[in-house]
Ligand binder design. Structure first.
Ligand code: ADP
Ligand code: MG
Length: 353
């Protein structure tokens, strides 16, 4: 607590897909063990180091246990603000890592072995909640950033944009976001599916989910997060009662492709541009945050909605796990190298939990 802590960055290399194999793509990424990974292609030969590397053979469970995810859940229960973000180009396995094939086939339930980091974390949270009784209540919210607008994916009806505000005590926060209490895995996964439904065509969505903790036996103001779910009257944010709420937030970052490569036009290119703007802003913040604290200049979190939402996770009091995802294929070499450079830079970022 209070000590400078580095972002934990792990790498996941997915298997070659059928299409890639059929096309005869070469594997250009090889795990060397001990968190090192080697990229070798015609004019590139580089080694990168991470806290852990999961290669094509790694199971979902191995990623959960080896990434430090279980500890992160426990820290969230202890009241810390924890964030996991999956980063990498479209098709690199971000959604698979976070949710498993759940998002891909809604009709067939996924085999338990394939469940992603999110469901595994929810199971952990629910176990903790059961063992602690009424001391721990869990609630979830689900947001997306779409064309630089924050939208609530749990609110019924057409998506409405929510304002992103800043206060001295809370930092950046989303006003009036809906928060739904849950007590079972089915309930939270149901919320996830409900929110995941109306995906914008052609692009991944950014999202944000958290499970919060309320200490019911303290006379603190209810976290504002409960405003939507319960019709309780708003309570004053008392100055004497600090927030006793841990959060666990999962972020599925959109793909980082360049617009020109994806050939987007019209409305899609507006989306692509705003996605790129967010990622550019995030990259910029990460480079500045990677400098030693004494040499840091102003961090431009306000440049995008994404960086505002991630401000605490990246530079403040949060604890953050970044899961960089890549394809091993020669076809994806330039995106893979860019993800690896981005992720290596993120390893120098520190927070003070
Ligand atoms: P992203 O969310 O980064 O765009 P996806 O998670 O949708 O990528 O993955 C792209 C494809 O690769 C999907 O068909 C997915 O099932 C498959 N895939 C990704 N990672 C793995 C993995 N570790 N093992 C098996 N298949 C995977
Ligand atoms: Mg995805």
């Amino acid at each position: 607590e209070g000590r400078e802590t580095r972002l934990r960055v792990v790498l996941r290399v997915r298997p070659l897909t059928c299409t890639e194999t059929r096309r005869g793509d070469r594997r250009v990424v090889h795990s060397l063990g001990d968190g090192a990974v080697h990229v070798s292609a015609a004019r590139h030969d580089a080694t990168f180091g991470f806290s852990a590397v999961f290669d094509a053979g790694a199971s979902q469970e191995a990623v959960f246990e080896g990434s430090g995810m279980r500890q992160l859940v426990e820290l969230a229960v202890d009241g810390f603000s924890c964030t996991v973000f999956a980063f990498g180009q479209t098709g690199s396995g971000k959604t698979y890592t976070l949710m498993g094939p759940l998002a891909q086939s809604e009709t067939q339930p996924a085999s338990p072995a394939l469940l992603g980091l999110m469901q595994r974390s929810f199971t952990c949270l629910l176990e903790q909640s059961r063992s602690r009784g009424s001391d721990l209540a869990l609630s979830a919210s689900y947001l997306e950033i779409y064309n630089e607008q924050v939208r609530d994916l749990l609110s019924p009806g057409p998506p409405c944009n929510l304002p992103l505000r800043w206060s001295k005590t809370r930092g950046f926060y989303v006003e009036n976001q809906l928060s739904v209490e849950f007590e079972s895995l089915e309930a939270i996964v149901g919320l996830l599916l409900q929110g995941a439904e109306p995906q914008p065509q052609g692009w991944d969505i950014d999202f944000h989910t958290y499970a919060g903790r309320k200490l019911e036996n303290l006379s603190v103001a209810k976290p504002s997060a409960s405003t939507g779910a319960k019709a309780s009257p708003p309570q004053p944010q008392g100055s004497a009662c600090p927030s006793k709420q841990g959060t666990l937030c999962f972020v599925d970052l959109a793909g980082s492709e360049r617009v020109k490569e994806t050939g987007s036009s019209g409305e899609l290119s507006v989306e692509a541009n705003s996605i790129n703007r967010s990622l550019l802003a995030l990259g910029h913040c990460i480079s500045l945050l990677a400098k030693p604290r004494g040499k840091r200049t102003h961090i431009p979190y306000r440049d995008s909605k994404l960086t505002r939402l991630l401000a605490r996770s990246l530079g403040g009091s949060g604890i953050t796990l970044m899961v960089a995802c890549i394809s091993p294929s020669s076809h994806c070499l330039s995106e893979t190298l860019s993800t690896l450079h981005y992720a290596s830079r993120a390893r120098r970022v520190t927070t003070r939990p």
